[in-house]
Design a protein around this ligand. Structure first.
Ligand code: FEO
Length: 387
């Protein structure tokens, strides 16, 4: 774990290994970190707090890093409770400490902390404003909708550090070492996926800065090979295809649709597609399915019909994709129905509402179970997917 980012910037964040679901919706098998930093200079600045769940542990880290000093500023880059959860308690403990945040964040504070008196405690900053701590000169850049409207990031030109708020964040506690991209991608598309345009604006601002260290609010501090992380963020926020391959997502009630999905995967592999992945939307992690859909350029959705609609796990998946601005992809459709197949029409309708989605024809209709007579249609779809 990073305790000292530099001589004068200390990590005071905490891991959360007990939370069942992040944002009450995302599984986090390896926990999550709530990152927070302390900048020690003539003036002392705390960079964000943590989720109230871990306040006591964070507070211990804070006091140890302060080593008898008193914080002059609390910089609040993001008001979401996983970061601002410790604000009220720390404001009370250090009554002379000022809160530095965007005007929008200052506006939001009473919504979360009715008990606090913010009068005379806040400094609202705007794009380009600076705050001198002594040797460190903090420069603020607004980053609205990365991931909430009040978000800002902070650049320390002295140490060439960017405090990047949720950008470059990742699921997974710092005590758990793992590959960065997998859980960063799942985090990105599910949490910031809708906001590609605002993330691109932030990327342009970052490109103009000399950055050697990225300090996000979740996940590891990045200090090497930054072009790799920045390159992935650029790809993701442009909605560009990251990897070759085809992703097949199915929603099957009694296994008939699942069998078709796996058969198509087999045909595609036989035709030389190296990376074909298949997800069971009833059982696999929805957030990972969303991530996988964005990762590749071609998706196949296969679902049973249900109540004159589509089997709900598929509706849920497509709704997730809609919400996350899924776009610029090719999508094949397989429907199943024992008496009046409706899944295909519903899926097509949902996909047609998304931007620049090319439906790959022919749509395949299965009646109850895949039969030998269905194989030519599956072959045709496979050929079209590869065209
Ligand atoms: Fe990690 Fe948008 O909060």
């Amino acid at each position: 774990m990073n305790k000292n980012i530099t001589e004068t910037i200390k990590y005071i964040g905490v891991d959360d290994l007990d939370l069942d679901l992040f944002e009450s919706q995302y599984i986090i098998p390896n926990g999550i970190s709530y990152n927070s930093y302390l900048i020690i200079d003539e003036k002392v600045a705390v960079m964000d707090t943590v989720d109230a769940r871990k306040y006591d542990e964070w507070h211990t880290n804070l006091l140890a890093a302060l080593d008898g000093r008193t914080p002059d500023y609390l910089v609040v880059q993001h008001m979401e409770p996983d970061h601002a959860g410790g604000m009220a308690a720390i404001m009370e403990e250090f009554p002379a400490m000022k809160i530095v945040a965007s005007a929008r964040a200052v506006q939001m504070m009473p919504q979360f902390f009715e008990e606090c008196d913010f009068e005379g405690r806040t400094i609202a900053v705007k794009e380009g404003d600076t705050l001198s701590l002594g040797a460190h000169n903090l420069q603020f850049a607004m980053a609205p909708m990365v991931h909430w409207p009040e978000v800002m990031v902070t650049y320390d030109a002295t140490e060439k550090v960017i405090f990047s708020a949720d950008a470059f964040g990742k699921f997974g506690a710092l005590s758990h070492e793992e590959d960065w991209a997998c859980e960063a991608r799942r985090y990105y598309f599910n949490i910031c996926g809708k906001y590609g345009v605002p993330v691109q604006s932030l990327m342009k601002k970052l490109a103009a800065l000399d950055v050697e260290i990225i300090c996000p609010l979740h996940g590891p501090i990045l200090s090497e090979n930054l072009e790799y992380y920045i390159g992935l963020y650029d790809t993701w926020s442009r909605y560009d295809v990251e990897s070759e391959g085809i992703f097949i997502a199915y929603a099957s009630i009694h296994g008939g649709t699942a069998a078709v999905a796996h058969k198509l995967a087999e045909i595609l592999r036989e035709k030389g597609v190296k990376r074909v992945s298949v997800a069971d939307l009833s059982r696999d992690d929805m957030a990972e399915a969303v991530e996988d859909a964005f990762r590749v350029g071609t998706l196949v959705v296969a679902a049973a019909s249900y109540d004159s609609d589509v089997f709900p796990p598929m509706r849920d998946f497509l709704h997730h994709l809609q919400m996350k601005s899924y776009q610029r992809r090719r999508v094949g459709i397989i429907e199943n129905g024992s008496w009046a197949p409706t899944a295909g029409r519903i899926m097509r309708g949902m996909l047609e509402q998304m931007k620049d989605i090319e439906i790959v024809e022919p749509m395949v209709t299965i009646r109850s179970r895949m039969k030998r007579s269905d194989l030519p249609a599956l072959e045709s779809l496979a050929e079209a997917l590869l065209a």
